[in-house]
Write a protein that binds this ligand. Structure first.
Ligand code: SF4
Ligand code: SF4
Length: 98
């Protein structure tokens, strides 16, 4: 199991979690992504990021609130096919019209 970043990270990416992760498994591409993503294959379940996030966006996968269960798929998918993960986020929460 790994930790997962859910909805509260979208469009509020302060990166507190990235700073504390001991294995550098939290990533995002600047200018392309609206949230950060945890690599489920490298996360060591230390819990540091959960404590650091000011938005309570991070959960153990098995503790994800039901309404955010799909974010486990989003985080894992980003490491295989970032475009598919981005499309899912935009479908879930469309960007505000300029
Ligand atoms: S639980 Fe630990 S290893 Fe996993 S993403 Fe968070 S800080 Fe990194
Ligand atoms: S600390 Fe929380 S809101 Fe900030 S980038 Fe990490 S998961 Fe997103």
């Amino acid at each position: 199991m790994a930790y997962v970043i859910a909805e509260p990270c979208i469009d509020s990416m302060d990166q507190s979690c990235v700073a504390v992760c001991p294995v550098d498994c939290i990533s995002s591409e600047q200018g392309q992504d609206r949230k950060f993503f945890i690599d489920p294959n490298n996360c060591i379940d230390c819990g540091s990021c959960e404590q650091a996030c000011p938005n309570q966006a991070i959960f153990r996968a098995e503790a994800l609130p039901t309404e955010w269960a799909g974010f486990a798929w989003v985080d894992a998918t980003w490491y295989v096919d970032p475009g598919q993960a981005r499309d899912a986020i935009d479908a879930y929460m469309p960007t505000q019209a300029a």
